[in-house]
Write a protein that binds this ligand. Structure first.
Ligand SMILES: NC(=O)C1=CN([C@@H]2O[C@H](COP(=O)(O)OP(=O)(O)OC[C@H]3O[C@@H](n4cnc5c(N)ncnc54)[C@H](O)[C@@H]3O)[C@@H](O)[C@H]2O)C=CC1
Ligand SMILES: O=C(O)C1=N[C@H](C(=O)O)C[C@H](O)C1
Length: 232
């Protein structure tokens, strides 16, 4: 597979390492200093860039009929617009707030637990995410996906980083080099029920993105990691 990396930062470099170990070719590393892109050499684009850059990178690829895997978080206010461009160009797209197998299992567990909590009014839910200090967005994309999973089953109206009624509170912490830790806690007067995922590094995110890129070749449409991993 001939892969173009949009964003050659921490994730771009990790994806390069894992892609090479699976015999793929990195044909372009696009970052801030890139002046020209030869789209004709690209089988699939993998975007781990920045909230400001993602939409342009992704939609330019759709216009060149290149399938896109996007892991960049913090740009989803433009998601629907990106989907429209993808459909116009009969493109292929996977966005995931988190590509790791472990977190995708955790997403399923979170939805299952929230279903079990239906009708148990004595419990309130809150979430915490901890990441490295260079992270640009808050809360994390993964925490937002977790909150969306809970609102499918419980009577909350979205999430808040403050203290708004009826919304799921999310606490974001930025510490050292933490790759990504997420927890969901149900609190009552007598106990807490807590589920937690802790990444030990970025390898899991990068491997998931490569597996998604391998999977999307030859397909047309908008997909999720559920389709790729066949879980849930
Ligand atoms: N979905 C997932 O599984 C994961 C998502 N992420 C997300 O991926 C994104 C990148 O994360 P990191 O690699 O840790 O960040 P990073 O800051 O190390 O790398 C981002 C790179 O994008 C570059 N960039 C800026 N403007 C660009 C443009 N116009 N075109 C191409 N590149 C451009 C920056 O110069 C930088 O090198 C973040 O949004 C992060 O939240 C990170 C890990 C896992
Ligand atoms: O910025 C990061 O590092 C990460 N971002 C993603 C997110 O916002 O959820 C995924 C992972 O937690 C690492």
């Amino acid at each position: 597979m001939r892969i173009a990396l949009f964003g050659y930062g921490k994730m771009g470099k990790m994806i390069e390492e894992i892609a090479k170990s699976r015999n793929h070719n990195i044909v372009a590393k696009i970052d801030l200093d890139t002046t020209e892109i030869d789209y004709s050499q690209i089988d699939v684009a993998i975007d781990f860039s920045t909230p400001d850059a993602a939409f342009g990178n992704i939609t330019n690829c759709f216009k060149k009929n290149i399938p896109v895997i996007s892991g960049t978080t913090g740009w989803l206010q433009q998601y629907d617009e990106a989907i429209a461009v993808c459909k116009e160009n009969k493109g292929a797209f996977i966005y995931a707030s988190n590509f790791s197998l472990g977190v995708n299992i955790f997403f399923e567990l979170n939805e299952y637990l929230s279903k079990m909590m239906q009708g148990l009014e004595q419990y309130t839910v809150h979430m915490e995410e901890i990441h490295h200090t260079q992270k640009l967005d808050a809360p994390s994309g993964t925490a937002i996906t977790l909150a969306e999973g809970v609102t499918k089953n419980l009577d909350y109206e979205g999430w808040t980083m403050g203290n708004e009624p009826k919304k799921i509170p999310i606490t974001s912490k930025r510490e050292g080099n933490v790759p990504g830790t997420h927890s969901v806690t149900y609190h009552s007067a007598v106990d807490d029920i807590k589920i937690k995922h802790k990444a030990h590094g970025r390898e899991g995110f990068a491997l998931g993105a490569i597996v998604a890129a391998e999977w999307i070749i030859g397909r047309t449409g908008i997909f999720t990691m559920k389709d790729v991993l066949n879980i849930g």
